[in-house]
Design a binder for this molecule. Structure first.
Ligand code: V47
Length: 364
């Protein structure tokens, strides 16, 4: 394999990877421009193995999207709706609790809960849905509210972000998911999500969360109008933030799904684009412990292959995923843990059921 790495002009990068030297943005660009997908996979696999051995993780989780009403209405999003839309919904605290109750017989350890930027739900609603979930399922870890929502909640609470997070923690918040990062580039934000929290502020919120004892994830929505350079700047900004706080658990590349969005003229990502992006993310984000292949967006088959292109995690059982399915995802709503285990084993990895913080729950 090392001779084809040389043929692909990646010998210098291989040396850096072997010696643990940080890759530059120019290295990243060379990787994105490389046509030899197997060479990229080989390089990413070195880092994956170094960080996680043969372990590949999954979690028993449940997604709850408490409301799709959103004032941001980003062009790439098919989920967010204006309050007046016939498709708009918001769950009452009781409805959120009922969603949790319905699955009490399943060994769920994490509830992943996000929603739109709602124009008039009060701060206490967010505290109440956290408390309500904990009432029904006290042991569950709640990973909720993207950095974009946290900024909105701090405005609602009329408190600084750290104090807002403290109140949310007391109500049951366990960690923060990685959504809302999109692409940090001001150009991309202006063209696709002008009203959304800036990339700079997204990173600030994440860092405040880390300093206040909350782990977070990070994402990048790719495969629309962003350039390789903009992807690399995004990855570099995450890498610098991680150097400061070490509070990111996982990076999740999110493949753009165009259906029902204002950017529906763009075609979805290709398998090569997905794998290349996974590998480059693994190589650039040298200080991130985990890279997720989110099967909902990639499809279970490609997510399985991604385990050989830098990923060490397949996310979880999910159920009732709305955001990607509104945008045309053809994957199932849920996947059984047995299927995840089989996909991981067939990929030559050791399946590990984890909790949100990557503690081992079970080695099936
Ligand atoms: O914030 C919106 C993105 C995110 C589309 O933290 C789209 O472990 C693709 O963040 N096509 C929500 N993506 C999903 C998310 C996530 C998922 C799984 C695990 C974790 C984690 C986080 O999806 C949004 C936005 O960035 N998104 N519209 C679309 N059309």
């Amino acid at each position: 394999m090392e001779s084809s790495i040389e043929q692909a002009g990646l010998a210098g990068i291989l040396e850096k990877i072997k010696s643990g030297t940080r890759l530059s943005l120019e290295d990243g660009l060379q990787l994105y421009q490389c046509q030899d997908i197997l060479a990229l996979g080989y390089l990413a696999d070195i880092v994956r193995y170094r960080k996680n051995g043969d372990n590949a993780y999954f979690i028993y989780n449940q997604h709850i999207n408490y409301s799709n009403i959103c004032t941001n209405l980003c062009k790439f999003c098919a989920f967010g709706k204006d309050k007046e839309s016939s498709l708009a919904y918001e769950m009452s605290v009781e409805e959120v609790k009922e969603k949790v109750r319905q699955r009490l017989d399943e060994p769920i350890t994490e509830i992943h809960m996000v929603g739109g930027i709602h124009p008039d739900l009060p701060f206490v609603y967010y505290l109440d849905i956290l408390r309500g979930i904990k009432e029904v399922r006290p042991e569950v870890h709640i990973q909720a509210f993207t950095c974009v929502e946290i900024a909105h909640l701090a405005d609602l609470a009329e408190k600084p972000v750290d104090e807002t997070l403290e109140m949310l923690k007391e109500a049951g918040l366990g960690s923060i998911p990685g959504g809302g990062a999109e692409v940090f580039s001001p150009r991309i934000r202006k063209l696709t999500c002008e009203k959304k929290l800036s990339g700079h502020d997204w990173l600030e919120i994440a860092k405040i969360a880390h300093r206040n004892g909350l782990y977070t994830n990070a994402t990048m929505l790719y495969g629309h109008i962003e350039t390789y350079e903009e992807r690399l700047e995004h990855l570099d900004a995450l890498r610098c933030a991680q150097d400061e706080t070490n509070g990111f658990l996982a990076f999740i590349p999110l493949a753009f799904h165009p259906k029902n969005t204002e950017m529906s003229e763009i075609s979805g990502t290709s398998g090569i684009n997905d794998l290349k992006n996974m590998a480059v993310a693994r190589l650039m984000l040298d200080n991130f412990p985990h890279i997720k292949a989110y099967w909902v967006m990639l499809g279970p088959k490609l997510a399985q292959i991604a385990l050989s292109f830098g990923a060490d995690d397949m996310d979880g059982t999910v159920k009732e995923e709305v955001i990607t399915h509104m945008a045309g995802a053809e994957t199932e709503q849920a996947i059984g843990s047995g299927t995840l285990v089989r996909l991981i084993r067939e990929a030559g990895r050791t399946p590990i059921e984890r909790d949100t913080l990557y503690n081992i729950i079970n080695r099936p």
